[in-house]
Design a binder for this molecule. Structure first.
Ligand code: PGA
Length: 235
């Protein structure tokens, strides 16, 4: 199972380093059967640790160049970063990234061989229109995306469940992941208000291969509590 922590615009360079130190010592002691990833802000990028892959929340699809405010492949390479989130709903909705631009990013980083967590998710009004509308909306978010890319991981994150404290129900997640599974052979993560109290239920859903966690990942003890809920330490 994959546990991915998306810090968004939380944590500094110093607090990220402390966080990774703490998480590394937890993982070293526990030997969990998990793949653990942490996505800090760009200013806090640093090399991956033992048992922890450090990835970027975003990058521009170029090696370097005249793209004010962005970071590209050369800035990622300095820290050996080879994992990137693409298509997160906050970048789609707040930063206005189009499907065309997201597909360009995907194509660029796939061509460079990076591991990509590709995010999709419907807004509330689409969810309220019924499952067919949800499926149609999600598949449109795969326009221009190579579903067979071998380093692809997909994260299903309903917009209405992100940061709201209200995760999708087990039935909603199961049905949506089953739909995605029809065409996607790569790992499927669920994201949106995953926390220690619901991770066991969510992690047990057949087509859930992991979780992408925002708020509840910001404290390493809370992130760890989710791991314990899925795989209690053997005593
Ligand atoms: P959340 O965020 O866990 O705070 O809902 C998830 C995400 O946006 O990746």
């Amino acid at each position: 199972m994959i546990f991915a922590a998306n810090f968004k615009m939380h944590h500094t360079r110093a607090s990220t380093a402390e966080y990774l130190d703490r998480l590394e010592s937890i993982l070293e002691a526990a030997e969990y059967p998990f793949k653990v990833m942490v996505f800090p802000p760009a200013t806090a990028l640093q090399p991956s640790r033992d048992w922890i892959t450090v990835g970027a929340q975003n990058a521009y699809p170029a090696e370097s160049g005249a793209y004010t405010g962005e970071i590209g492949l050369s800035q990622l390479a300095e820290f050996g970063i080879d994992t990137v989130l693409v298509g997160h709903s906050e970048r789609r909705n707040i930063l206005g990234e189009s499907q065309e631009f997201i597909a360009e990013k995907f194509g660029y980083f796939a061509d460079k061989g990076l591991q990509i967590i590709y995010c999709v998710g419907e807004p509330l009004e689409v969810r309220e229109s019924g499952f067919e509308a949800v499926a149609e909306y999600l598949w449109e978010q795969f326009d221009g995306i190579d579903l067979d890319y071998e380093r692809l991981i997909v994260a299903y994150e309903p917009v209405w469940a992100i940061g709201t404290g209200r995760a999708a129900s087990v039935e909603e997640i199961a049905a949506t992941h089953a739909e995605l599974r029809r065409r996607i052979r790569r790992p499927l993560l669920y994201g949106g208000s995953v926390k220690p109290s619901n991770i066991a239920q969510i992690g047990a859903i057949a087509d859930v291969d992991g979780v992408l966690v925002g708020s509840a990942s910001l404290d390493p003890e809370s992130f760890h509590a989710m791991m314990i809920a899925v795989a209690p330490p053997q005593v």
